[in-house]
Design a protein around this ligand. Structure first.
Ligand SMILES: [Zn+2]
Length: 332
């Protein structure tokens, strides 16, 4: 990608049933950079994965501005290197710093107050702290009533979204279209309808600050009241869009198989094998039942045996007698 200073840039964000899409428009190159995440993923990554990389690029930008301020002249080569890294960040929240810097850079490359970066970092830290409470407390599987908990934590703190519009959107965005793309082919309904894509109407946010981007995602999560859980297989955090009982995430666990695929197979295997106590009981039940047919046991005797066997089975399940003792009793 060519390294050109953006004269104008903006972010466009929307959330569909299963996806979060963040697009960074750079007018200087008439292109957009698209990030597609699964539902909840951008917030999870913000909390658990991006911090180290974010810190490195913010520090570098800070030092660049500080040095330019000191020397009193620009260094385009160095700045282009930083910008190139901004064009390939994992965390789309960082584009908001580029948006704040763009109009300043148009005027001058050397007398920009470096505190713009430290202020930005503070904002990002604040958002991370709030997101931590949102995901691990308010939207945790242990929270009984999400909205009541929301009220207890945030009370009258407003969630203001001044830059939200309602737009026509493709119902599903192919993750293969991530990266630098041409805007018209991906946002223009005229074009999208001509390619027979299914469209939905949804809210689209054009955030101007870290806070606004965060509040947009936060309000989406709260309105859908989806819980964030730890995957029982890989241990990573995920949004349980498959219902409250989902225990596995949809990340790839092994080649071509997600945690959900592998997890479901394990549950099925377990069911198939069954609990050894129930298995022993079922086997003995069948043998005794057959005795009625062969006439070696009356119906009454069988019923009495069943009642007794159930008592032993429950005692075994409660850990009062061992499996060996239970099996020995069944054989008598
Ligand atoms: Zn997983």
């Amino acid at each position: 990608m060519k390294q050109i200073i953006p004269s104008e840039c903006h972010l466009r964000v929307y959330v569909t049933a299963k996806q979060e899409v963040v697009e960074f428009f750079d007018n200087a190159i008439h292109m957009q950079y698209r990030h597609t995440f699964s539902y909840g993923e951008s917030m999870i990554q913000l909390l658990e994965n991006w911090q180290k990389d974010d810190e490195a690029i913010l520090q570098e930008t800070y030092e660049y501005l500080k040095e330019r301020e000191r020397v009193g002249e620009e260094n385009m080569g160095e700045w282009n290197e930083i910008l190139f890294r901004f064009q390939h960040v994992h965390n789309p929240f960082l584009y908001l710093l580029v948006m704040q810097l763009a109009p300043l850079l148009l005027k001058s490359f050397y007398n920009i107050d470096p505190s713009i970066v430290t202020d930005f970092r503070d904002e990002l830290d604040k958002v991370r702290a709030d997101a931590h409470t949102l995901l691990f407390d308010c939207l945790s599987p242990e929270t009984e009533d999400i909205y009541r908990r929301y009220w207890e934590i945030w009370k009258r703190t407003p969630m203001r979204l001044p830059s939200v519009r309602t737009e026509l959107l493709p119902a599903r965005t192919r993750a293969a279209f991530n990266g630098w793309i041409s805007p018209a082919e991906n946002t223009d309904p005229e074009y999208l309808y001509s390619t027979e894509q299914q469209m939905v109407m949804a809210e689209v946010c054009y955030p101007k600050s870290v806070q606004e981007l965060y509040v947009f995602l936060k309000s989406t999560y709260l309105r859908r009241a989806i819980r964030f859980k730890r995957c029982q297989l890989c241990g990573k955090l995920f949004a349980a869009t498959g219902g409250d009982r989902t225990e596995y995430c949809s990340r790839e666990y092994e080649k071509g198989k997600t945690c959900r695929d592998v997890g479901a197979a394990r549950v099925y295997q377990k069911k198939l094998l069954g609990n050894p106590i129930t298995r022993a009981y079922n086997r003995a039940y069948k043998t005794h039942n057959a005795r009625i047919r062969y006439g070696t046991m009356t119906r009454e005797e069988f019923n009495a045996w069943t009642a007794e066997a159930k008592k032993h089975r429950d005692a075994c399940q409660n850990g009062e007698i061992s499996l060996e003792a239970f099996e020995a009793w069944l054989k008598t």
